[in-house]
Design a protein around this ligand. Structure first.
Ligand code: DGL
Length: 260
């Protein structure tokens, strides 16, 4: 038995395309539908209730578009709303959480840094995870302003360099050896981050882990994988001007503008 319905993916904006890329690379025969809720970005400073309401809105559209499984490609939405989504719907949900565990396990300096949104760092789910690693010093930093700059296409701006320096320099001084990127927008900043961090500091994000987990869930649930033999279609929807999303996809995909 097979299922050729699409995998639905949503984020507060364009950042979750970093997760979509990992999924599309690992599962090229699966059709995907990506929703960029850029009109409501950033989610990071919103209340838990607002994040849940937006996550439900995105889920409803992906269900209308006939998705068989939903990937919440947003740390903020996962850490604040995935429990509620799983309680409300029967469709499987896959979430993304900051990769604290591998960083804490491998750290030799027992000091790691995490850059994430306020919503993620304040969430009960994130705090439950960090409690498990009390032998590791975890330097938490809210990436104020980073998502807004990425959403407006200003990844390489002097303001971005200034903000990243101010967030990362204290971590370098504290001798971190791992930096966890706890927001799906931040992998797009890796080239700039590498210019700031000394070479011995490893950068970790969760994209590949989420893609692997998606593959596992599709395999475990009998009849969930596609039996397409050709590379499958990827559809992208945004509720703002499609320019920045189109550019981040290197102009390879046609982005559909839709009110949602
Ligand atoms: N990309 C999202 C995340 O992974 C949210 C960023 C935001 O909207 O604040 O947390």
């Amino acid at each position: 038995m097979h299922n050729n319905q699409p995998i639905g993916i949503f984020d507060s904006g364009i950042g979750g395309t970093s997760i979509w890329s990992a999924i599309n690379e690992l599962l090229p025969y699966e059709k995907t539908i990506y929703l960029a809720d850029s009109k409501n970005a950033p989610y990071g400073q919103k209340s838990k209730a607002e994040i849940i309401a937006l996550s439900i809105k995105n889920t409803e559209l992906l269900l209308d578009l006939n998705c068989k499984i939903i990937v919440v490609a947003c740390n903020t939405a996962t850490t604040n709303a995935i429990r509620e989504l799983r309680a409300k719907y029967t469709i499987p949900f896959i979430g993304i959480e900051p990769a604290i565990k591998p960083a804490a396990i491998h750290s030799k300096t027992h000091t790691i840094g995490i850059l994430a949104t306020q919503g993620t760092l304040n969430s009960a789910l994130f705090n439950k995870t960090t409690e498990m690693f009390h032998d590791t010093k975890i330097m938490e930093q809210v990436g104020h302003g980073l998502v807004q700059l990425i959403e407006s296409g200003d990844i390489n701006s002097p303001e971005m360099t200034r903000l990243l320096n101010s967030y990362l320099n204290p971590m370098i001084e504290a001798n971190i050896d791992y930096l966890v990127l706890g927001c799906s927008h931040y992998p797009y900043l890796i080239p700039q981050i590498k210019k700031i961090l000394p070479k011995n500091i490893q950068i970790i994000d969760s994209g590949q882990a989420v893609a692997k987990q998606t593959q596992n869930i599709l395999r475990e649930k009998v009849g969930f994988s596609s039996n397409n033999n050709n590379k499958s279609e990827s559809l992208f929807y945004t509720n703002t001007n499609p320019k920045v999303l189109t550019e981040i996809l290197e102009n390879k995909y046609n982005v559909i503008e839709k009110d949602f």
